[in-house]
Design a protein around this ligand. Sequence first.
Ligand SMILES: Cc1ncc(COP(=O)(O)O)c(C=O)c1O
Length: 385
Amino acid sequence: MIYLDNNATTQMDSTVVETMLPYLGEKFGNPSSRHRQGRAARAAIDTAREQVACLVSAHPSQVIFTGSGTEANNLAIKGYAAGLVSGRLFIGSTEHPSVTKTADQQARLDGWFKVALPVTENGLLSDEAMALLSTAKPGDLVSVMLANNETGVIQPISELYGQLGLKDKGIVIHTDAVQAAGKIALEFSVLGVHMLTLSAHKIHGPKGIGALIRDKSIVLEPQMNGGGHEAGLRSGTENVAAIAGFGAAAELVHEALAQTSEKLLALRTRLENGLRAIPGIEIIADKTERLVNTSCFTMASVEGETMLMMLDKAGIAIASGSACSSHDNAPSKTLTEMGLDKSRVRRALRVSLGKNNTENEVDTFLDTLKMKLASFNSVVSNVAI
Ligand SMILES: Cc1ncc(COP(=O)(O)O)c(C=O)c1O
């Protein structure tokens, strides 16, 4: 199998698996227990907290482990809003559903309003979005992702918010950095945000573990009550193995960032040069700064879902414009918000490369895609005759 769907999830690194194994076996203690077994589990969590903090140049005490990136996004929005009686939520229009649906839910409560921030055809916040943001008042929350999961488009949030002086005005800033982590350098304080979301399984760590990094001046209401774990913000006995794996993954991607980015950029350049040579293929937002591993493109004739299945049969895993982030096969919201018409959205595919991919795999993908496009077109033209 040639796996080109690394924005959906990544293969766990063998070092990550090795780090986790003892906590699934002999080191099974509850980290809240005072005995040796408990202390060993607690030590693993402490180490992981340092490693995750280091990935984003934050202090370990700023890290709240959650059950997923989804949960961290929920905690950021609902946890913040729960401490206030009213406010506005300024939400990017191409956010992951764990942000948009959470904001929608909050906006169903009295006193809360959601303001959708439109994007240009390149996926960047538009002038209209900037005008809307300039109306934000102290206490309002802004949530715009650092990098988009479908197109890879990177939002220059620190520059944009800096121009508007959002932080100085007392506006609270959250960013979903789930896709950006491990692909671009992240420094919590330089980004100028108050809250930042991470997810382990996008950086070769385990599924079902995420983190919210937060500025401790931001008051959050826990969304999960109980024994007061994670500084009282996320109760529930910790998933020690997953947390330890997250820490190991964070350390690995952090150490290898420069080297991995260089490799991925070279692979993506090879991929996109090949794609540009195929008639009818158009790469989305190719003039915009994007994650080095992501390439989203549309084909002239075939639906993305059809090509996805054809490639799957040939042993190649990619994502289509309808299934990138949804369970209901609805057309991609990101591409629709960028102004692509419905038919073009349905003809979209996403390739997301990973550190384990090779030039050979990229070449095989390009050859297979060309072959499948040709066979599809010949079937269609025979039917038409
Ligand atoms: C941008 C973005 N945010 C949040 C999430 C959710 O993360 P998790 O799968 O850990 O819930 C994803 C996962 O696809 C994502 O791509």
